[in-house]
Each structure stands twice: as C-alpha cells, then as structure tokens.
Design a protein around this ligand. Structure first.
Ligand code: WTA
Length: 661
C-alpha cells in the first residue's frame, strides 16, 4: 500500500482556451456536468440512448442492464449486432466510404493509404478465407502479428464472422504463446513470417512453430502466415498457409455475422497477481459502444482529424484505439509499424508533420525516452518538425510525471493542445477517468474526473468512501458497458479479483491506489496496490516473473520479484534469487544474472527481463514462512529498512541483501 501514501501538491492549472471550448463536442464544464447528472438521474436510460444512437443493431435490444447474476453483468443482451459491420459497412454510402481509413507507415518509411471501402474489401476477403478453413462463430483465433494493416484486418475479419480473437503481443515468447493457445483453446493462429522493428527483421513464425511444438496445442488446425518480408520461413504442409494462398480467388464480399451483444469479441491476456496471466473477456455491444463514444468524448473527434495512437495491437490500447474505436468513428488514422527511435528519435515528430496528424496519443515512457533523446541531440527535438496541425495530445498506460507532462505540453503541443491523461485498464475496455479537451481544466499528473456514467470512487479497505485529500483504493461503484465480462475459463477468479467479498462484493476493484485533490476532487493515480508492475507501460505480474525464475529448476531454489521506481521506465523489475548452489559474487554473479535474464525472456518475453538480479543465501521471511515483500521493496529502492523486523525469522539476511545492492 506504500504507493497510495504519497500525495503530491500540484498548483498549476491549464484551463482550455475559449476557442477550444466553443468548438468542442462537450463544450465546457457545465456540459460535462449535465451529462453526469443525466447518468445519475436515469442510469439505464442514459446508456440505452447512447447505445441506440451510436451503434447499428441488426436486432434492437430491449433490456439495457441485467444485474440478476452480478457481478456477471450483461448489457443490451437481447440485441444483436456485428462489430466489423459497425466499423466498416456502416460507412458505405456515406462521405466516409472513400475517406482514408488508414495511413500506414512501415518501419522503413514506406507509406500506403487505404480507404474505408478498400478496407471493407480486405476484411471481407480475409473473413472468407477464415471461413474456408472451417473457422466458425465462437471459435477462438490467436493473432501474433506485426503492427501492420494486416493485423487490424485479421482482427476485423474474426469479428466479422463472430470468431473470438486473442491477440498476443509480438514480444512474447513461444512459451507464453503456447500457454495462451491452450487456455483459449484456439483453432488457428494468424501470424507473419517476420516483423520489422528498427531496421531489424525479427522472427514471428519460428516462435509460433516453437510454441506449437511444446505440446498441448492440438486444437490448432491452421496457421495463416503473412509474408511480411521476402525471407522464407519454415512451412508445415497441411497446417501452414500463406495469406496469398488462402486469399486467392476469395470474394471481397462477406456478409457480417450478427452476434448477441454479449458475444465475446475478444479475449486479451494480461498480468494479475498470480503466476498465470488472465484472459480478460470482452463483449461485442458494450465494448464497441465505449470504443466509439470515447473517440468523440475524450478525443473530441472531428471529421477532418488525423488520429494517431502509437500503441501496438497486442495491448488493449491498440485494440480500442487502433483496431476498433477510430474505425467505428469513421476517422482517418495513422498506423506505424516501427519504433520511435528509428532511424532516429525524431521519428514521431517527423511523422506528425508528414501526415498532418491532429490527435496524438502515446505513453509516458515514450515521452520520457524522447525527452532524453532530444536533450542529447537537438536534431531530434520536436522543434525541428512542424507540429502546428496537432490539436489534442493524449497519454496512457502509466502515471505521467508532471515534468514529462510539462515538456509534452510545451514542446509537442506548443502550449495550445490539451493533454488528455487517460486512466483505464485492459479490464475496463476503454477510458474511465480523463479530462475532456473542451471542458476540463488540466492539472499536470492528474487524470482529473471520471467520464459521464462512470461511477469511480476512492474507498478504504472495507469499501467505505473516504474524504478527498486522503489516499485510498480506486473502485467503480456501478457497472459500465465495456467492462470485463469474466476471466476466460475462470469465473471464480474473476469474482475474487475484481469484486472481492471483503469489500461487499459489489465494487469493481481496479487494483490501483488513488487520491482526489481536496479542492477540485481530481483523481490522481498513485500506482498498483497489488503485485502488478508497470514497466514502460507494460503490465507484468511479479508472481509471473517469480514462476519463470523458479522454473529454472537446475539453478534456482527460490525467487522474489518486486518493483522499484525508475526515471525512464516508470518501474523496474528487481529480482532476489536464492540459488541451489553457492551464492555467486563478482563476475560469476554477472554471468549468472545474464543467464537468468535470458531465461525470463524465453519464458515470458524480453519485456519481463529483470533489470537487476541480486543473489542471496536466503530471503527475508516471517516465522510463518511468508516472504516479506514490503521489506524487499525498501531494499530495492535503496532505502534503509525502517519496518519492524522483529517477526523476521532470519534477520541476518538483511545485511546481505542491503550491502550488496
Ligand atoms: C496504469 C492500459 C496512471 C494503472 C490502458 C492501470 C495508469 C494499469 C494510466 C492498466 C494513467 C493506465 N495514469 N496510471 N493515465 N493508464 N495506468 O491493463 O496502474 O495495460 O491499472 O491498460 O496501467 O494497464 P493495462
């Protein structure tokens, strides 16, 4: 709980300009407050009206919210619709039909444009290919793709036929892939031979092969392979098929399959507080409604906007604000294959200028690394690019520190663009707490106020409200349409993780600490209060990394993983390891640390590699055998241990851990 104790005082306030307020969809605080009041007065009516006006239903719903089996809430559940039809078909015969849907820029700078009409053709053709391989409504399809247009096409094609996709980020390992395939019971994998990142060609298909060879993946019948680069890859006859092969002769028309509003659109695995990642299951109707609405509300989307969310489709941000939201809203969006530092750290700014981007949405970790780069090399400073087209900036994934916020505001936004600091989670489906660009006065480092209809609050451990100015536990008191429906294959874990009985069983527990400012009631997120770390905006479970370490049974006897603050990545992974053999020192310790870091990369993925590994003869434990993580966190931070260590079974170990750090 240490994270919720720090309270920062921030006095700078940046109200939106009068012109911004006048031009905005939600214009000024009174407009925002009126929407909130409407949601409070008639909660179901509020959501029903929005769902009717913003989505195309093949069968209209008559029930808005079904709470009879809480916390397994159901929204619009007797209605039917198709997500892909709501992103593509809907625009046919409107001015959006021939508008650019996607400006794709590849790693090496090649640019292609695809209109909504063309995208509908591509998605339909791929949907026909999926069907020809026997994939049906309700089947699960695993997607392991580079950040390309084809990745979005694959997701949309699954949605079109009612197959549930599960996208796995291209940085995850073969082992991680295998676990997800088994848990989801996927029937097919959609992948590419290679991906291009920062001028390097990295294998994807070879990792799929390795994962499938680990066993237990007999459910997989087909592996679709997109030929991203000319390099050949291994193809298993009968199982593996190239895109060219499966698309040949397929029609570019495919009627969208209507599904119930609660039909699982996707399952996305994320880290929790146990060793096993959870498959967060999202609905079709409620999820899409929120993806669509938040484009209008949070980003104040206008028809002429060029929207760019830099997130990979392997994460929730890439689902909601690349694959679904912008398309449902009929926006023109930029999709970028590469990395922000290639060929140089000015890439983002050059791309904003090149494509006349108006709304730019990225993560604090990217901003912090680009600040560092710009300070070291004026040639990659944003002031070398013309960023005049920008009108709104966004931040997502982790708390943005006020210094990074100010730099972003001044150097990228020219002190004229509101920054929407959007707080949300894989489980929430879309934005929860965020400023509205044409209404909310901004305070650096604060995500400000909940969106209309989102009943966010801060409570104590028993679930009671606590006053502003006091840190506590972030909860949501009422369900909302895009919320997680369950954990795939594990409804009990869903209940326990998000609606704990200790807090009454009715509050959604976000897993974050937060504090509301005494004056405005603004929320500031103070960080996770569970065993989840946020490293460069990526969610990692400490238990997951511990399991990976101890699975090296030849070497590791025991391991404990904690996070510590890091200027660049937000948090860094620190592992305390007890080896089966002698505790190594000097070069032997270095070599051993490298071996274990590589092991974690193989077990989970390079993003989970501990930044520091420390060897000890033992771990600090209570007499009942529990590892004292709080104490390890202090040691990792380099603090002198002030906690009561009288319950510690082996106090002498502290000296060893403390000295050597
Ligand atoms: C953190 C990413 C502060 C938070 C969309 C949350 C944030 C976790 C913010 C979810 C923000 C996300 N300010 N913290 N604006 N946005 N977080 O599931 O700890 O990858 O619980 O979803 O990121 O991470 P996830």
């Amino acid at each position: 709980m240490s994270a919720i104790e720090s309270v920062l005082v921030e006095n700078r306030v940046f109200p939106p300009s009068e012109a911004t307020v006048l031009a905005a969809r939600i214009s000024g605080m009174p407009a925002y407050e009126a929407m909130c009041a409407e949601a409070s007065r008639d909660f179901e009516g509020f959501w029903a009206g929005l769902a009717r006006n913003n989505l195309v239903w093949t069968k209209p719903f008559t029930r808005t919210l079904d709470e009879s089996n809480a916390p397994f809430f159901r929204w619009f559940d007797d209605g039917e619709l198709n997500a892909s039809a709501n992103c593509l078909d809907k625009h046919m015969g409107t001015p959006v039909e021939n508008k650019t849907a996607v400006i794709f820029e590849s790693d090496d700078g090649n640019v292609t444009r695809t209109t909504y009409r063309e995208l509908l053709g591509k998605v339909s053709q791929f949907a026909n290919a999926l069907k020809a391989e026997g994939i049906r409504k309700g089947d699960r399809v695993l997607i392991y793709m580079p950040m390309t247009l084809e990745g979005v096409v694959a997701m949309q094609a699954c949605a079109r036929i009612g197959a549930t996709h599960s996208v796995v980020f291209g940085g995850f390992s073969a082992k991680a892939l295998q676990e997800r395939i088994i848990d989801a019971g996927a029937v097919a994998v959609i992948t590419a031979n290679y991906q291009m990142r920062g001028g390097r060609e990295l294998p994807l298909k070879a990792i799929v092969d390795e994962g499938l060879a680990m066993g237990g993946c007999e459910s997989i019948r087909t592996v679709f392979v997109y030929q991203r680069t000319p390099t050949a890859c291994n193809m298993v006859a009968g199982r593996d098929k190239t895109f060219t092969e499966v698309l040949a002769g397929k029609s570019s028309e495919c009627a969208a399959e209507p599904v119930g509003a609660e039909h699982p659109l996707f399952v996305l695995y994320t880290s929790g507080s146990t060793g096993k990642p959870k498959g967060v299951q999202h609905s079709t109707g409620g999820y899409l409604l929120w993806a669509r609405l938040t484009m209008d509300w949070t980003f104040d989307l206008q028809p002429s906007d060029v929207f760019w969310c830099t997130a990979d489709i392997g994460w929730i941000t890439g689902h909601t604000y690349v694959a679904y939201g912008p398309l449902a809203a009929g926006a023109t969006q930029i999709i970028f294959e590469g990395i922000p530092t290639y060929p140089n750290a000015g890439r983002f700014w050059q791309m904003i200028e090149r494509h006349q981007c108006t709304i730019f949405y990225t993560a604090p970790t990217a901003i912090r690394s680009l600040i560092k780069a710009a300070e070291g090399d004026p040639k990659v400073h944003p002031d070398r690019s013309n960023l005049k087209t920008l009108r709104i900036l966004g931040s997502v994934g982790e708390p943005i520190n006020p210094e990074a916020w100010m730099w972003y505001y001044k150097n990228v936004g020219g002190e004229r663009c509101p920054i929407v600091d959007t707080f949300w989670q894989t489980e929430t489906g879309g934005h929860m707490i965020t400023p509205l660009p044409g209404a909310t006065p901004l305070v650096p480092g604060s995500c400000t106020l909940p969106l209309p209809g989102i009943m966010a609050a801060i409570v104590d451990e028993a679930g009671h409200d606590i006053p502003n100015g006091t840190g506590g536990i972030l909860v949501v008191k009422r369900p909302w349409p895009s919320m997680i429906r369950t954990i795939w294959n594990d409804p009990e874990r869903f209940k326990k993780s998000y609606f704990p009985e200790e807090m009454g069983g009715r509050l959604y527990l976000a897993g974050d600490g937060a504090v509301r400012s005494a004056d405005r009631g603004y929320f500031r997120i103070t960080g996770r209060i569970d065993d989840v770390l946020n490293v460069s905006g990526h969610r990692l479970g400490t238990m997951e990394i511990e399991s990976a370490l101890v699975s090296h049974t030849a070497l590791v006897a025991e391991a404990a993983v904690v996070g510590r603050p890091d200027d660049l990545t937000g948090e860094a992974v620190c592992a305390f390891v007890v080896l089966k053999g002698q505790r190594p020192t000097g070069d032997a310790a270095k070599a051993m640390a490298k071996e274990l870091r590589d092991w974690v990369a193989k077990e989970i993925g390079p993003i989970a590699k501990p930044k520091e590994i420390r060897f000890a003869e033992n771990l600090p434990k209570t007499r009942s055998g529990k590892i004292m993580r709080r104490l390890l966190r202090s040691i990792a931070k380099g603090e002198t241990v002030t906690q009561d260590t009288s319950t510690l079974e082996n106090p002498a170990i502290l000296d060893q851990l403390g000295q050597a750090w």
